[in-house]
Design a protein around this ligand. Structure first.
Ligand code: C5P
Length: 239
């Protein structure tokens, strides 16, 4: 099976998501990302609904709290049968290990434990901000690689990162460590507010494991056509 780009469902309500999904053939099983905006409006029911439609779900809630709280929250998320979810690496190795334990506890018999990845430094954080606000006095890249290594030590599956960081992260961890990368733009499309973007082809060549694509699909005149073009480029078809 070819790899599906993950579509960021950055919508405010289930009705908007439903209107968007109607533009795809019913039998097309998608991989979608649900973030805080949608989840906090619609709650767990939105995940049950998407899974019942046969879509895979990356639940992007970026948990960061004390280990016990994160463990219990993750137990609940695993019961929703999400495919990927995440935490902030800044929560620490103990918190990340607790998150993984929680997911394992909540996985219903016979189902797959959700993949767990961590956010290192948000891509909205500049080196200057990191050094000033977090008092981390090393270059940004060093902090990202350190957090990636902590994530691996905690037993997680990978990180969310810029495709431009994927190579260095693989070197610092291992080749099969997941690098899930947003900031993707097919050649010739609007960049929007993203700063450092790469094309699906470049992401594949650099070593992204998954790509997350939002507006180039959600705002396209024909979302299914845009999705198919990006999916082909991501899979290296028609090259
Ligand atoms: O519309 P666009 O393709 O820019 O959407 C990318 C998605 O990935 C959004 O949901 C955005 O919040 C998310 N994201 C990101 N950069 C990160 C982490 C998440 O763009 N570092």
């Amino acid at each position: 099976m070819s790899h599906r780009p993950i579509i960021a469902l950055d919508f405010a309500s289930r009705s908007e998501v439903a209107a968007f999904l109607e533009k795809f053939p019913k039998e097309e099983s998608l991989f979608v990302k649900v973030g805080m905006e949608l989840f906090y409006q619609e709650g767990p029911e939105i995940i049950r609904w998407l899974k019942a439609l046969n879509h895979s779900v990356f639940l992007d809630l970026k948990l960061h709290d004390i280990p016990n709280t994160v463990e219990k929250a993750m137990t609940g998320l695993a019961r929703l049968d999400v495919d990927i979810t995440n935490v902030h690496a800044a929560g620490g190795i103990k918190m990340m290990a607790a998150a993984k334990r929680g997911l394992e506890k909540g996985t219903v018999n016979g189902q797959k434990t959700p993949l767990l990845i961590a956010v290192t430094q948000l891509t909205s954080t500049s080196e200057e901000q990191m050094q000033h606000d977090q008092l981390i006095k090393v270059p940004l890249q060093e902090s990202v690689l350190h957090y990636a290594q902590c994530t691996q030590t905690a037993g997680l599956d990978g990180v969310v990162c810029s495709a431009l960081e994927a190579q260095a992260i693989h070197q610092a961890t291992s080749e099969n460590f997941i690098c899930l990368t947003p900031g993707i733009r097919p050649s010739g499309s609007a960049v929007g507010d993203q700063q450092r973007v790469v094309t699906p082809k470049e992401a594949r060549e650099i070593g992204s494991t998954y790509i997350v694509v939002g507006r180039p699909i959600t705002q396209a005149a024909d979302p299914f056509e845009a999705y198919q073009i990006i999916k082909k480029e991501w899979n290296g078809e028609n090259e």
